[in-house]
Design a protein around this ligand. Structure first.
Ligand code: 13P
Length: 231
């Protein structure tokens, strides 16, 4: 079983999401996780959560206790409405919301304390890759997790591959997933994300040490995403 995760980012509205789930053919043995904008989480959990389809948040507060954090949403709130997975550390949140490795780790711990499974996104820029610093850069991003005993889900999403149509070579993806896994004594799950579509998904899902995919743009089309989930 692989994990086939969608990240809608800030796309869609109520009607779009209803239509998407109506058109999505969930006939797959893989676990499908759909990351939705926060305002649609509760109704989507009620209407669309199934044993092999789970609704995910796209971000969460690093603060665990209720308090004066205007505009934020806590792990307790996600748990309250039945959300079982949540993306943290996406490069777009790192860039636009100034998140760093420390806050991503805090978010991870908040989610864990409410038994929500975090999907921790990591990935280097093109500049870092071209300077051949990518392994070192990723080590920095995962270092805080290394003493952790939990089973962790990482999504390796090179920033230069997100929304660009560029996909790293098989060797590059396998090198990175082995690098990530070698950091941990326990089993960790590594998804690949960045320009995944139904044409390249089987090749990626067949790679050594890749346990699934995290899909942005191509996930917005329910038929396309079903093809990925069934590949
Ligand atoms: P794309 O699939 O659009 O490249 O986005 C990947 C991503 O950022 C998923 O979180």
């Amino acid at each position: 079983m692989k994990i086939i995760a969608a990240n809608f980012k800030m796309n869609g509205d109520r009607e779009f999401i209803d239509n998407w789930f109506q058109n999505f053919n969930a006939d797959t043995e893989n676990l499908v996780i759909v990351g939705l904008p926060p305002i649609y989480l509760e109704s989507s959990v009620q209407n669309f959560n199934k044993s092999n389809i789970k609704i995910a948040g796209q971000n969460v507060s690093k603060f665990n206790n209720p308090g004066a954090y205007t505009g934020q949403m806590s792990s307790a709130m996600l748990n309250d409405v039945g959300v079982e997975f949540c993306i943290v550390g996406h490069s777009e949140a790192r860039e636009h919301l100034c998140e760093d490795n420390e806050s991503v780790y805090e978010k991870y711990n908040c989610l864990k304390s409410f038994s929500i499974t975090p999907i921790v996104c990591i990935g280097e820029s093109l500049e870092v890759r071209e300077a051949n610093n990518h392994l070192h850069f990723i080590s920095d991003q995962i270092e805080k997790f290394s003493t952790n005993e939990d089973k962790i889900i990482f999504a390796y999403e090179p920033i230069w591959a997100i929304g660009s149509g560029l996909v790293p070579t098989q060797e590059e993806i396998e090198e990175m997933s082995s690098h990530i896994k070698s950091y941990f004594s326990q089993q960790v799950t590594v998804l690949y994300g960045g320009s995944v579509n139904s044409k390249n998904s089987s090749e990626i899902l067949n790679m050594n040490n890749i346990d699934g995919v995290l899909v942005g743009g191509a996930s917005l089309n329910a038929e396309e995403f079903a093809n990925i989930a069934q590949s």
